[in-house]
Design a protein around this ligand. Structure first.
Ligand code: PEP
Length: 252
């Protein structure tokens, strides 16, 4: 009912030529995949080339960030409209690296949510608790705040293009993955929040991805959880064989 998404976040990696090679390699090794939506998120400088290289395939392209204005005196920023103009399909927003390293808060991320809703782009909204928040019993409060503030004021009609990525900060790039049960618990909670905010139909239709050290050897268990609808993959998405194996997760 919810088509799984496997998305690769390449972060600050790959020259233009490396990005083209990686994307065309993924394309050729996944031509038999019809039941999974594949997304790759290169750096801005490679977006255009990757979008061109993947044109005509079913693989979608995401930007890793955007600024919540269409145009103007915002030196160094890129708008959703410009990202859409070069053939991208999604923008990742609220990644924990942007929250932690660049000081982005829920209010700013909410402005991006609204800016993206003005375009035809999909939104991949990342949320997730730190280890300190989890260990101090704040996890559910943090997730509630990030979902409610992040989606504040967004009309139900825009939810069809919103994907949530649950990424516990302690699992990103650390090699520590949430257990299948921990992921399911958080995903079920996030879905219950969507139910509170938008009702059962939206809650049942919204894809919730898990992110945090997803690898070939843990993807199958995670994807077997009823509320895990895909994965946002960092490190392993840079290794073609690993990423393709994650895309071709086994139903257990
Ligand atoms: C990410 O950057 O979103 C991520 C989940 O990274 P990794 O898979 O490397 O933990």
């Amino acid at each position: 009912m919810r088509t799984p998404i496997i998305a690769g976040n390449w972060k600050l990696h790959n020259t233009r030529d490396q990005a083209i090679a990686l994307s065309t390699g993924i394309k050729s090794q996944t031509s038999d995949v019809t039941d999974v939506e594949i997304v790759v998120a290169p750096v801005f400088t490679a977006l255009n080339a990757v979008a061109d290289a993947l044109r005509g395939s079913s693989i979608k392209v995401a930007a890793q960030n955007c600024y919540p204005q269409a145009q103007g005196a915002f030196t160094g920023e890129v708008s959703p409209q410009l990202v859409e103009d070069i053939g991208c399909n999604y923008v990742i927003i609220g990644h924990s690296e942007r929250r932690q390293l660049f000081g982005e808060d829920d209010a700013f991320i909410n402005r991006k949510v609204h800016a993206l809703a003005e375009t035809g782009l999909g939104t991949i909204l990342c949320i997730g608790e730190t280890l300190a928040e989890r260990e101090s019993g704040q996890m559910f409060n943090v997730l509630r705040r990030q979902v409610c503030e992040g989606l504040k004021g967004l009309g139900i009609e825009s939810m069809v293009r919103v994907v949530i990525a649950y990424e516990p900060v302690w699992a990103i790039g650390t090699g520590k993955t949430a257990s299948d049960q921990q992921a399911q618990e958080s995903h079920a909670f996030i879905r219950s929040l969507l139910d509170e905010l938008y009702g059962a139909q939206v809650a049942g239709a919204t894809r919730i991805l898990y992110g945090g050290s997803v690898k070939p050897d843990n993807v199958d268990g995670l994807m077997a959880q009823p509320d895990v609808d895909g994965a946002l993959v960092g490190g392993a998405s840079l290794k073609p064989a690993d990423f393709v194996r994650i895309i071709k997760f086994q139903k257990v």
